[in-house]
Design a protein around this ligand. Structure first.
Ligand code: ADP
Ligand code: UDP
Length: 236
């Protein structure tokens, strides 16, 4: 399988067409951004960590009954995926208060919830990905009612599977963002990535941050944090 034309260059990945119109190749970069692109930088080897880790998570989730876009890992940075039409919703699940939740509601970070929460942002860079609810998503025709229900069901399933998995690695899954897409056949599948760019991971014993917050907050040790979470996942 080979890349033909570049379809899109995003902040962290490039997307290429292939000879098969239903497949594309995503290529993970080391570029990092935060605060809607205001902060820019690079994290050495991040593309490799995020590509390989995403593919492992997608395969684990497929086994547990969540359909995904994953097809085949080609190399350290490149993966064949089903080409989907992305549902323009960022689906965020939280187990513990952090980030914008803590800020918005004026609570400390690190408070565990009795039940996980779900929220949606409208994926639109020009508007700064505003928070929306199911009814707004329906009004904006971003997805159908059935699709939104399915997305919620899959998102909570992803949380159940990943929370339990990361705990076995001594890592608390604090929160994460998912994206879903629609295949040519009209099936809703989990797309995009699952990585330290899109999840908050805290060491279960020390609460040390092993994710992109080290970049967002200029905490230092960013590369080492990515390496550490990668080591726990792959054993490498
Ligand atoms: P951004 O667009 O936010 O800068 P990225 O740099 O990660 O993000 O770019 C990757 C783009 O590819 C994202 O817009 C994402 O929604 C999209 N994408 C992810 N998976 C697929 C897929 N299977 N088919 C088509 N597009 C995808
Ligand atoms: N997230 C993401 N992309 C975004 C916004 C959030 O991957 O555009 C992830 C982020 O890494 C975290 C979770 O979603 O794991 C919740 O992020 P939050 O809403 O707290 O926003 P932030 O603090 O990143 O502004």
């Amino acid at each position: 399988m080979e890349k033909t034309v570049q379809l899109y260059e995003g902040k962290a990945k490039k997307v290429y067409a292939t000879e098969d119109e239903n497949l594309c190749i995503v290529s993970y970069k080391d570029d990092a951004t935060a605060f809607n692109g205001l902060k820019k930088g690079t994290i050495a080897q991040k593309g490799i960590v995020n590509n390989r880790m995403t593919n492992m998570m997608m395969q684990l989730l497929e086994k547990q009954g969540v359909p995904t876009h994953f097809v085949k890992e080609l190399s350290d940075r490149d993966t064949v995926v089903k080409k989907v039409k992305i549902v323009p919703l960022e689906v965020i699940i939280r187990n513990v208060s952090a980030g914008s939740f803590a800020k918005r509601y004026g609570v400390e970070e690190g408070i565990p919830f009795d039940e996980p929460t779900i929220e949606f942002s409208y994926k639109n860079d020009d508007l700064g990905d505003p928070l929306i609810n199911d009814y707004h998503a329906l009004a904006l025709k971003l997805a159908t009612k059935e699709e939104i229900e399915l997305i919620k069901k899959y998102a909570f399933k992803v949380n159940d599977v990943l929370k339990a998995y990361f705990l076995t690695l001594g890592v608390k899954l604090i929160d994460f963002k998912l994206e879903f897409g629609k295949t040519a056949e009209g099936q809703i599948v989990l797309a995009d990535e699952i990585s330290p760019d899109t999840c908050r991971f805290w060491d279960a014993k020390t609460n040390e941050k092993l994710d992109k917050d080290r970049f967002r907050r200029d905490m230092g040790g960013v590369e080492d944090a990515y390496k550490e979470i990668f080591k726990r996942v792959t054993g490498d």
